[in-house]
Design a binder for this molecule. Structure first.
Ligand SMILES: Nc1ncnc2c1ncn2[C@@H]1O[C@H](COP(=O)(O)OP(=O)(O)OP(=O)(O)O)[C@@H](O)[C@H]1O
Ligand SMILES: [Mg+2]
Length: 370
């Protein structure tokens, strides 16, 4: 247990992993692929396996790709284990020698936590393990003792309110709706303008288009602008150029108004207000003053500006609103976890393998850092 801790922020789109104390995590895509075609030249490499990860699926069009984790839920345990093993291998650590700190979204299915622990303790022989909730870790990374984290990732949007180091976890909100839903919405918009990017590999092209060109509009937009083309053009890998319609360019508006895509989820502004209203009256002011955004989707152009202007409309008059958007916000959950893993108290928080053998999942749930 003296060895440095392996820290992994487990996300629906990617795992951010490195040993505690490193400058930054590595990003390992949480994706597996099954070859779509028959390989004519036998090879001794891993490429012979039916389920592949990492470098083996670099030429993406050859594979049917899927995410072992969907909206924060593990739906393919074998695929997930393969990706986690790859993350561990990339950091050069041995499972047996290092305690593990893994992140999770709020209100995770306990069965999922227990299955993951079983794999880590029993198959990988890891000496100690702690699960910690992503939003709380992001606040930890910021150095603030009070604040509300809004983490918008690939599959999950979550809030975590913390006051004077007390985590108000019963007031936290989790909505399984995030960047991936914007990607699918954009895919539909592109289809409507005659650009069909439908296969699993082409979906990552749509994601690239989203990250490069799409933004949030400054106000609620009516979609009656005749779908005129914006000036934005994108070159596809085959050299073909497409023009993005205005509706496509503003696809991330979906996060503020999920009903645009026929979803029932609340929008971002409502999620933040609802979280704060669940908290006691006397702490609300401090939470409005310390909203921290985290997760890759908060890198969307103009998202934070729209959020603050929409929040302002419904924030009580006596509350000052302040939104913090740190530069490295896609990795703040990992950074907070890395800080936590380096504290002396980490040793008492983590569950040792012998304790797991004696008490099972009960002890893991009791020690959850949330
Ligand atoms: N520059 C960018 N602009 C817009 N979106 C971005 C940008 N960079 C990343 N994203 C989006 O952020 C999402 C990934 O974020 P993140 O890595 O925080 O998710 P995750 O941790 O894998 O998933 P989750 O926490 O939701 O389970 C993807 O939807 C990706 O398209
Ligand atoms: Mg995440």
């Amino acid at each position: 247990m003296d060895n440095v801790t392996f820290v992994a922020d487990i996300g629906s789109g990617s795992i951010k992993a490195e040993v505690a104390g490193a400058d930054a995590p590595r990003i390992i895509e949480n994706v597996v692929g099954i070859p779509k075609h028959k390989r004519i030249m036998p090879s001794l490499s891993a490429s012979d396996a039916s389920l592949l990860t990492g470098k083996d699926i670099e030429r993406r069009g050859l594979f049917k790709l899927s995410n072992p984790m969907f909206h924060g839920h593990v739906r393919d345990a074998r695929g997930f284990q393969l990706v986690l093993k790859q993350a561990v291998a990339q950091t050069g650590v041995e499972f047996r020698d290092h305690p593990f700190l893994l992140t999770e979204a709020p209100n995770v299915n306990r069965h999922q936590r227990s299955e993951m622990a079983q794999f880590i303790f029993e198959e990988c022989q890891v000496p100690a393990l702690l699960f910690a909730v992503q939003g709380v870790l992001s606040l930890y990374a910021s150095g603030a003792t009070t604040g509300l984290v809004l983490d918008i990732g690939e599959g999950v949007t979550q809030t975590s309110p913390v006051v004077d180091y007390y985590s108000l976890r019963d007031c936290a909100r989790r909505v399984d709706f995030a960047g991936q839903d914007v990607t699918l919405f954009l895919q539909n918009m592109l289809r409507q303008s005659g650009c069909f990017l439908d296969t699993s590999a082409e979906c990552s092209i749509v994601r690239d288009i989203k990250e490069m060109h799409c933004k949030v509009s400054s106000t609620v937009r009516r979609t009656d602008d005749g779908n005129k083309s914006s000036q934005v053009r994108h070159m596809l890998p085959d050299g073909h150029e497409i023009a993005l319609s205005n509706d496509a360019m503003y696809a991330p508006d979906l996060l503020f108004a999920p009903s645009l895509g026929g979803y029932e989820h609340p929008g971002l502004t409502a999620i933040v207000h609802e979280t704060i209203r669940r908290c006691d009256l006397d702490v609300r002011q401090s939470l409005y003053q310390g909203i921290f955004v985290a997760g890759g989707t908060t890198l969307t152009e103009k998202l934070n500006e729209r959020l603050i202007s929409e929040l302002a409309k419904d924030t009580p008059k006596n509350c000052r609103l302040k939104l913090h958007a740190p530069e490295g916000r896609r990795f703040t959950a990992w950074t907070g976890a890395s800080f936590l893993a380096q504290l002396d108290s980490f040793k008492s928080l983590a569950t040792k393998r012998s304790e797991w053998e004696e008490h099972g999942e009960r002890i893991l749930n009791a020690r959850l850092f949330a």
